[in-house]
Write a protein that binds this ligand. Structure first.
Ligand code: SF4
Ligand code: SF4
Length: 487
């Protein structure tokens, strides 16, 4: 079976957060395949765990995908500070790691970047028998600084290729495709005929034993927290994802939540944590605060990663219009305001740059939603974009991002344990990916086995199939499919 078909059949979606169907994304021809191992969200450790323990599988998938998309360059980008992970990948590249092979010549994370030379090896995939074969694509390791958001697709493409992805564009516009490292691990499973039914998740924060949990999709967050020793707080909030971009859930919502294909982190925090309070600020209050407190210092713009790439996004100017103007729909004719559509929601402006505790990111999100509702497309005005020469000096160190977000206490946790979840019930959302929700192909009362197809991507739509994470009996089919593990 062709690799692309294996990926589609396994229901693989981008595991870095957005959940874009991988079969669709990789149905392309590109010059660059970039595997995103930056894991720039300050508390997440999942990709690092996979690099240390599944390096061979990641390398194998990267080689296979590189060949499939016709890439001339295949790069695994990770922080130069990830020394153990670097070593594990290098070993996999030289064929010393598990399930890997192929020749290599690497120089280690201290090397100065692509031009200066990096770890390198031929891609390894089943057909190659673990050895270099004609037509294989060299895989190289690319060292990134420890900054946030190094893993943002557009930032990463610039770091590796020095090409600027146009505003509202995608890496394909400059001949690149970016795929998350955990996605590569899932592709390796797909190559073995194993569908994506289990997720590796960092469970950290106010838990007794921060750990990586491997959980079937549909496992409750509560079960994952229990496997990390339980919460230290009686009532808590949870961040679904990382502290910079993740979704904050209140106590009740978190107790109802279940793992999806895109869950990468479950961060338990005090119910009244700063991030929880910030996430609840109502629009009216944001506006009053912007009017009263925005001092137009422009730090939000100076440190904005998209502005630093040369994109015409200037959050301080949007704030000025928001503070002075009427409601959001009345601002949408203003071309400056419309630039909110190219905000990547990284949170640098809000959680780090702004000295007044204001919320440019959330205001941008509101504007973008209103533009969508009004059917206003983003229009590029310029034809060329050049990164700011100051960009190198304005990268936000990851540890400082953690400190300003109030999560520094958890930043230095060493997490290298794996807990396997074996839930008795899973609640699997039919909305696991970008695009259309999957359509159930099972009914209440059906008996299913682990890995069985239970919901299918609708014909001709962007989406992904869903498979059962546990065997058992289907007890409910609504927006969710509930499976109980009955004997
Ligand atoms: S969230 Fe703020 S810093 Fe990040 S891209 Fe948007 S405006 Fe720029
Ligand atoms: S950083 Fe804060 S105070 Fe300064 S311009 Fe931006 S929103 Fe206003």
């Amino acid at each position: 079976m062709e690799l692309l078909e294996q990926i589609v059949r396994a229901g693989v979606v981008g595991l870095g957060g957005a959940g874009f169907p991988t079969g669709k994304k990789l149905d392309c021809r590109v010059e660059w395949l970039i595997v995103n191992g930056a894991e720039c969200e300050p508390l997440l450790r999942t990709d690092r765990y996979l690099m240390r323990h599944n390096a061979g599988r990641v390398v194998r998938a990267a080689g296979a995908v590189a060949r499939m998309v016709g890439a001339k360059h295949c790069v695994i980008a990770l922080k130069r500070a990830y020394t153990e992970e670097w070593k594990a990948l290098e070993e996999a590249l030289v064929g010393e790691g598990p399930e890997s092979g192929g020749p290599a010549a690497g120089r280690g994370p201290e090397s100065g970047g692509l031009a200066a030379g990096r770890g390198s090896a031929a891609g390894n995939y089943p057909e190659s028998g673990g050895a270099s074969v004609p037509g294989t694509v060299p895989i190289e390791l690319f060292p990134l600084d420890s900054f946030y958001p190094a893993g943002d697709e557009q930032v990463l493409v610039y770091e590796v290729t020095e090409r600027v992805v146009p505003p509202a564009g995608i890496p394909l516009d400059v001949g690149a495709v970016v795929s998350n490292l955990a996605t590569m691990n899932a592709i390796s499973d797909a190559m073995d005929g194993i569908p994506l039914t289990k997720k590796y998740i960092t469970v950290t924060g106010e838990v007794k034993r921060p750990t990586i949990v491997r959980a079937p999709v549909g496992t409750s967050f509560e079960e994952c927290i229990r496997l990390a020793g339980g919460s230290k707080e009686e009532r808590y909030c949870v961040i679904d994802g990382g502290p910079m971009m993740g979704k904050v859930m209140g106590y009740e919502e978190a107790r109802e939540a279940a793992v999806t294909k895109t869950t990468s982190g479950i961060i338990v925090l005090d119910e009244d944590h700063y991030l929880s309070v910030l996430s609840k600020t109502p629009v009216g209050r944001m506006k009053r605060l912007a009017s009263a407190a925005c001092i137009q210092c422009s730090y939000c713009t100076q440190l904005c990663p998209r502005n630093l790439l040369g994109h015409p996004l200037e959050p301080h100017k949007i704030m000025r219009r928001f503070a002075a103007g009427g409601d959001i729909p009345s601002l949408l004719d203003d071309p400056v305001v419309r630039q909110a559509a190219i905000c990547c929601q990284c949170g640098v402006c809000e959680q780090y740059a702004c000295p007044m505790g204001l919320t440019p990111r959330r205001i941008n999100a509101l504007i973008r939603d209103e533009m969508r509702k009004a059917g206003i497309p983003y229009e590029r005005r310029e034809a060329l974009w050049e990164a700011d020469p100051e960009r190198r000096n304005r990268k936000l160190p990851t540890k400082r991002a953690a400190a300003r977000s109030g999560v520094l206490d958890y930043y230095d946790f060493e997490i290298d344990t794996l807990a396997e979840a074996a839930p008795s019930t899973v609640r699997i959302s039919l909305r696991q990916n970008m695009g259309a929700p999957a359509q159930p192909v099972v009914q209440e009362g059906d008996r299913v086995r682990e890995g069985q197809l239970i919901a299918r991507c609708p014909e001709e739509k962007l989406g992904a199939d869903i498979h059962a994470g546990i065997g058992g009996v289907v007890t409910k089919v609504t927006d969710y499919i509930v499976i109980e593990a009955r004997g």
